[in-house]
Write a protein that binds this ligand. Structure first.
Ligand SMILES: Cc1cc2nc3c(=O)[nH]c(=O)nc-3n(C[C@H](O)[C@H](O)[C@H](O)COP(=O)(O)OP(=O)(O)OC[C@H]3O[C@@H](n4cnc5c(N)ncnc54)[C@H](O)[C@@H]3O)c2cc1C
Length: 510
């Protein structure tokens, strides 16, 4: 009787068939859903999110640094080669990807699909700051290599302390250290409130008849006979289990994506592991201090520190209020999501990735040690790190906040061998393109549009020609390199700056 009942429930639920299911209501699902709705207005799209609102995990404004990563200030995107020259290829790639995001956001505002761009994006100078002769020489070479490129037009360099006092008074004040110091500055950087943007995109999707189900956790999935996907979803409001079917599934669960990808059983999910790195920031809301700083200032990562823990002091614009953010301090927690479980890491180890994970563990003992040391830091020790930026920072002005979890991908690669820790993002798709997952978190939300275009290209190859003109309408540089097309770059900068209400200075392009 019980079995028959179960089968009947299952049969009625199987009627829950749709074209697309997006798992997770973060910036990635928001972006993919929005692009797909523009390309296929009649598509039926459903979203399942285990929390009660969109953008509550890594995409939330307090869980990330809100840097519009365009490689304007992040020193880890420009590496010094053995011959002393600077490799700028990664910086160019990331900058181009950010321009794609800016164009898409601009399209959404221009077409009234979202409003009030100043609620999610603000222009803010991006700066790199270094100390010591060797670092100053590196920064000068980096500046020379980048400032020639139209993507980085407007970048300035100075090693004059008087100039730096104008640029970053809070950092230069009471600085006793007489070591050489230098900075670069570019006014066209941005602070992006990815939480606000995620919420705006979900509001837009719901207005376009996308069914967004909060408090619904995807528990399992399997392929059906007709090659669609059957998802087992727990309704956390009443504890019932629902079955939903879709032709295409996107796993946009952030840190939760690895477990879901493993449940899909696709062969592309094998030999992949994840290693969680948590982030802690210090926040200052004292207006007297906040008013003295107006930039995102990125330093150099400490020796042994992973690239995502490059220290930076940022002005943030959240809910129309300015604050300062310093960090991130890395840390270790076995959870894959802030709201995850302490068993996340251990349950992600499967027979197919056991050796990959063991190899990664053996290779990254120093990283593990570094993360444990970071967790153990007292507030006063963290203040000491902050004082390298603001020499007279006072403990009572700063409070600690726990940011999001970043699950770094571990996989076997040709260059790194078994169990190599990756610091970028990885799109994993099944051979037939019926399912895609996003793993990793860097450069992260800033490049969401480019990453989701990659998902679309890989999963909907037969539609790409038909969609090309719409894609060009949404992203005028689609399929082109802006670096090689300065005229288009100038147009794109002008129109995005105007639509996104960024100030005049954004228009400077050589
Ligand atoms: C400390 C830190 C600093 C960062 N700084 C920056 C920055 O300055 N600039 C930048 O561009 N990026 C930054 N990032 C990266 C950026 O935040 C992420 O890349 C981005 O937010 C990821 O978005 P997402 O949609 O993939 O994941 P999330 O925003 O984490 O969303 C995933 C959603 O899926 C839900 N979910 C998970 N599992 C399930 C399930 N089984 N069923 C239903 N729902 C589920 C979760 O509840 C969550 O809401 C930073 C990240 C961190 C942690």
């Amino acid at each position: 009787m019980k079995i028959l009942l179960k089968r009947l429930v299952k049969m009625s639920n199987i009627e829950n068939k749709t074209d697309v299911i997006l798992i997770g209501a973060g910036i990635m699902s928001a972006t993919l859903g929005t692009i797909l709705k523009e390309l296929m207005p009649d598509a039926n799209i459903k979203v399942f999110e285990k929390l009660g609102k969109p953008g509550e995990e890594s995409s939330n404004e307090w869980n990330n640094a809100g840097t519009g990563h365009a490689a304007l200030c992040e020193l880890n995107y420009t590496v010094e080669k053995a011959d002393g020259t600077i490799d700028v290829s990664k910086a160019i790639k990331i900058n181009e990807q950010f321009q794609v995001s800016m164009q898409f956001w601009s399209y959404l505002v221009k077409n009234n699909l979202i409003q009030n761009p100043h609620d999610f994006i603000t222009q803010l100078p991006h700066m790199s700051l270094v100390q010591g002769e060797e670092n100053v020489s590196f920064l000068r070479k980096r500046f020379e290599a980048l400032s020639m490129n139209p993507l980085f037009a407007g970048m300035e360099f100075s090693d004059d302390p008087e100039k730096l006092k104008e640029w970053i008074p809070l950092i230069m004040q009471d600085r006793e250290n007489n070591e050489p110091i230098a900075a670069t500055k570019i006014d066209t950087g941005t602070d992006v409130n990815f939480g606000a943007l995620t919420r705006m995109l979900f509001e837009h999707l719901q207005n376009r008849d996308v069914e967004v189900n909060y408090y619904h956790q995807v528990k399992n999935m399997k392929r059906s006979d007709d090659n669609s996907w059957e998802l087992k979803v727990k309704n956390l409001n009443n504890g019932t289990v629902e079955l939903h079917r879709a032709k295409f599934v996107f796993i946009g669960g952030g840190g939760g994506s690895l477990h879901l990808l493993q449940k899909s059983g696709i062969k592309e999910s094998k030999q992949i592991g994840g290693f969680p790195v948590s982030g802690i920031f210090m926040v200052c809301k004292n207006p007297k201090i906040v008013e003295q700083h107006h930039a995102k200032v990125y330093g150099k990562a400490k020796v042994g520190a992973p690239p995502m823990s490059v220290p930076h002091l940022d002005t943030r614009f959240i809910d129309n209020k300015k604050s300062l953010l310093f960090g991130p301090f890395a840390g270790f927690s076995p959870k894959f999501l802030k709201t995850g479980s302490i068993f996340d890491l251990i349950t992600s180890v499967k027979p197919n990735n056991l050796f990959t994970m063991l190899a990664a563990g053996a290779k990254n003992l120093s990283l593990t040690k570094y993360l444990i040391q970071q967790v153990m830091l007292s507030k006063e020790q963290r203040m000491e790190e902050l004082r390298e930026f603001i020499p007279n920072a006072k403990s009572e002005d700063w409070e600690l906040i726990v940011a999001g979890q970043r699950v770094q991908v571990i996989k076997d690669t040709e260059e790194g061998g078994k169990g190599t820790l990756q610091f970028g993002t990885e799109v994993i798709t099944s051979e037939d393109g019926s399912i895609a997952a996003l793993l990793g978190a860097s450069p992260g939300a800033s490049t969401a549009v480019n990453v989701m275009l990659d998902v679309i290209t890989r999963c909907f190859p037969d539609h790409m020609i038909e969609w090309e003109s719409k894609l060009k309408e949404m992203i005028p540089s689609y399929g082109e390199s802006l670096m090689e097309n300065p005229e288009l770059l100038r147009e794109v900068h002008q129109s995005t700056a105007q639509t996104l209400e960024l100030v005049e200075k954004q228009l400077v392009v050589s």
